[in-house]
Design a protein around this ligand. Sequence first.
Ligand SMILES: [Zn+2]
Ligand SMILES: [Zn+2]
Length: 245
Amino acid sequence: MAHAPVSNPHQVALQVSLEAATHKTIPAAQDTLALRQVFQNIQADSCPYTYNFHMHTACSDGKLQPESLMEQALHLGLRGMAITDHHTVKGYKFAQQWLLDRSPENPIPHLWTGVEITSRLIGTEVHILGYGFNPDHQSILPYLQGTAPQEEQAHAAQVIRAIQQAGGLAVLAHPARYRQPTEQVIEAAASLGIDGVETYYAYNNPNPWQTSPEQSQQVKSLSVFYNLLDTCGTDTHGLDLLRRI
Ligand SMILES: [Zn+2]
Ligand SMILES: [Zn+2]
């Protein structure tokens, strides 16, 4: 970025400190600009070897300890990822610490904050994923207490707003897995301002993990229609990041 020349040393110091402060306020885990760029380039084969934005640890209903999950992520060569435990960021926090202890200078893969929240949309239960939010922001805290939200708080509109107010992106998980038709669920989520849909997902438990072509194609055409971001993830609950269950 080009700056007009400044002769006053106080002004220079101010500018430098402002830039440092601005930079400092956006931790990598909350860098939604970078995350948007990744989502804009997600393809059917991005998951599970390059990106994975849907994984569970023993901190919710998964089997993997966060440290083992990170070891696998590293071994697979993932470039970007998020742990999306149900209603908690404990697993994310362990993983974040593990990454920092390992390589404080250049933590790879890029780990964003993540969570999966049980919500109500057009009379049915849906799961909404949150990414890149500030885990200490007051609007998201009620959803990080380890249990599914109830009544008002469970409405998809509220959940989406809470994620976005905390600086994050809201994504409809596995859109073809609900009691309502996929088109209707995505239309409703889009009308509430959801940012994206989990376009690439395995709707059974294939070995090795592979996105379901038919459903992914349908979701992709809807995401194009509603101008939504595409995401991908294995939804791993077991011990292997290359499987769903
Ligand atoms: Zn789910
Ligand atoms: Zn899940």
